[in-house]
Design a protein around this ligand. Structure first.
Ligand code: GLN
Length: 208
């Protein structure tokens, strides 16, 4: 059984823990650098990326996160977590830093005020045929991706149709929406499978 940490500086941690457990993972909350030891994967939850960044700095966990993730630790970021995994961001707060790892440009609060929060069915590559009912809350979108990034899903309807809202690059994945808020755990299941596969690969992360 893989052990998956949830970064618990801020945001909807409990819901992710529950969803991961229901997909057969053991879970652990992660706030401090030493709590990154022994985890096989990490979820960066939704919340507020500026707060998460500031807290990661004050808990001295930003650099350790960068190190583990660039060494191959599988990670999944939802909403603010997607922002945290982006190599580049637009409309960030002054000086806002990310953990990075996914070669993409993510725009914060991209869907704008009128649609602060909305729900939409999104077709997600690799998680079955039925569309995923996605909940967006002051969500970002992905404005540009590098060649190594696979687009898993785009918004289908409305003024902002066609926007990239789910991506994967190797062992890293991110969604602009919050799959932990619905009973549909296919996105968490996809991540738990990814973590399991990474554990089976001898060429995976090198422990130091
Ligand atoms: N707008 C938030 C941010 O910039 C993200 C919102 C969310 O995670 N629900 O971090």
């Amino acid at each position: 059984m893989p052990t998956i940490g949830v970064l618990a500086l801020q945001g909807d941690v409990r819901e992710h823990l529950r969803a991961l457990r229901s997909c057969g993972a053991a879970t652990r909350v992660v706030r401090r650098p030493e709590e990154l030891e022994g985890i096989d994967g990490l979820v960066l939850p939704g919340g507020e990326s500026t707060t998460m960044w500031r807290l990661a700095r004050s808990f001295d966990v930003l650099e350790p996160l960068r190190k583990r993730i660039s060494a191959g630790l599988p990670a999944y970021g939802s909403c603010a977590g997607m922002i945290m995994l982006a190599d580049r961001i637009a409309d960030g707060a002054a000086g806002q830093e990310t953990v990075g790892g996914i070669d993409m440009l993510v725009r914060r609060n991209a869907f704008g005020r009128q649609v602060d929060s909305f729900e939409s069915d999104v077709r997600l590559a690799g998680i079955g045929t039925a569309p995923y009912h996605a909940v967006f809350i002051r969500a970002p979108w992905v404005e540009a991706v590098g060649a190594g990034v696979e687009v898993l899903g785009r918004t289908a309807t409305g003024r902002s149709a066609g926007r990239i809202v789910a991506v994967r690059q190797g062992n890293l994945m991110a969604t602009a929406f919050h799959p932990e808020l619905t009973g549909d755990h296919r996105v968490h299941g996809y991540f738990v499978d990814l973590v399991r596969r990474a554990l089976d690969q001898p060429s995976g992360e090198q422990e130091d």
